[in-house]
Design a protein around this ligand. Structure first.
Ligand code: IMO
Ligand code: MG
Length: 369
């Protein structure tokens, strides 16, 4: 059985796409199992009323807004869970589509008009647009559950690619500042219909530091020149929305939380090259409250995170350019120590370290099967 799952361990943008790129060369299937075009690299299949609802709600929320990508992801998942959602297969059945769309447009128009004081949508326009979508992508709508499970049974190599990351997971992230799906390895089972026993290589991707776009707590955020330096060197601007990303040190408490829930057995560290030239590199190893009481676990009470502070361990940095390293021993001693510290804290072995944006700029430490 050769299955790989690639998931993000922080707040998204860890470089999952780069790892997918490396692994897809030897994969027969690449499967996206959750999320939508909020992720940095996907196709467009917009639902118009979800996008409008997302946008109007964020506008109305003022300071309380989540900072979504305004791609309609939340409203779309809401429809799914309130059981009125339109599914891909409905596009192939115009009468079913019509019945469902009529009800949805009626409900959404009431909200547009009465709650947000905005123009309503015309049913015929949307319906015709969706009939066209059905014609364009209809041949690509398949019984994916059968196809993927059959492929696994035939020992094909299947790569599951997560979008977003564990700290944006609707259940285990910093709720409500999360996305609306399950970016965890568990999301593969509920999203693609593949059983847990079929998942073998669980690959977690983290940056060598931490970034976040959108609102929500971020304990190790650097609101200073060092944060600016990371943003500039790491080109930390959102791929989907162009927003500057918030930057900070690595949070090992959150990372451990993410690795535990995902059951990660191979660790990927990206953008290590960005840290070249920092005299000292800090890593958060615990949280502490006002009374100096320390905590080694993440908390489900998001509000509490704002009152906690990171407890840091300082590690010596390095100045060398590491962008052409191809094996761990090519790295300066202090870079090796930094990676070792992470592995020891998490009790997970490294699979890959990315040392530059190019697809070849990787240190691969072992073969996966
Ligand atoms: P990739 O796949 C980073 C964030 C948004 C916001 C929150 C909710 O590139 O890692 P949503 O539009 O999903 O309702 O927004 O989630 N967010 C991401 N942040 N990378 C992503 O995708 C993200 N997708 C959503 O900024 O805080
Ligand atoms: Mg992104």
């Amino acid at each position: 059985m050769s299955t790989y799952v690639v998931v993000g361990l922080q707040y998204g943008d860890e470089g999952k796409g780069k790892i997918t790129d490396v692994l897809s060369a030897k994969s027969d299937y690449v499967v996206r199992y959750q999320g939508g075009n909020n992720a940095g690299h996907t196709v467009h299949a917009d639902f118009p009323y979800h996008i409008l609802l997302d946008t109007y709600r964020e506008e109305a929320a003022g300071n309380g807004k989540i900072g979504t990508t305004k791609r309609g992801i939340g409203p779309c998942y809401e429809d799914k869970f309130s059981r009125c959602g339109i599914r891909a297969i409905d596009l192939l059945h115009p009468e079913i589509l019509k019945t469902k769309l009529e009800k949805n447009i009626k409900d959404k128009n009431i909200q547009f008009e009465k709650v947000f004081n905005k123009p309503t949508l015309d049913f015929d326009t949307v319906y015709n647009q969706y009939l066209e979508f059905g014609k364009t992508i209809g041949h690509r709508i398949i019984d994916s559950v059968t196809e993927i499970n059959d492929a696994i049974a035939k020992d094909k190599t299947v790569l599951f690619e997560g979008a977003q990351a564990l700290m944006l997971d609707v259940d285990f992230g910093t709720y409500p500042f999360v996305t609306s799906s399950s970016p965890s390895t568990g999301g593969v089972c509920s999203g693609a219909g593949v059983p847990p026993t079929s998942l073998k290589n669980l690959i977690g991707v983290t940056k060598a530091y931490c970034t976040r776009v959108g609102n929500g707590p971020f304990l190790t955020e650097l609101d200073d020149a060092q944060g600016e330096k990371i943003r500039a060197i790491g080109h930390e601007f959102g791929a989907t929305t162009g927003r500057p990303r918030r930057c900070g040190w690595l949070d090992l408490v959150a990372l451990k939380h993410a690795c535990t829930i995902n059951g990660i057995n191979h660790l990927v560290v990206t953008k290590l090259d960005v840290l070249s030239g920092f005299e000292t590199i800090k890593v958060c190893t615990a949280y502490k409250d006002k009374n100096e009481t320390q905590y080694s676990h993440h908390t489900a009470l998001t509000e509490e995170l704002y009152d906690l502070e990171p407890v840091y361990k300082s590690l010596d940095g390095w100045t060398e350019d590491i962008s052409s390293a191809t094996k761990l021993s090519d790295l300066p001693q202090n870079a090796q120590k930094y990676l070792q510290f992470m592995q020891d804290f998490l009790s997970i072995d490294l699979y890959l370290v990315s040392v530059g944006p190019d697809r070849a700029q990787n240190i691969i430490t072992k073969e996966l099967f």
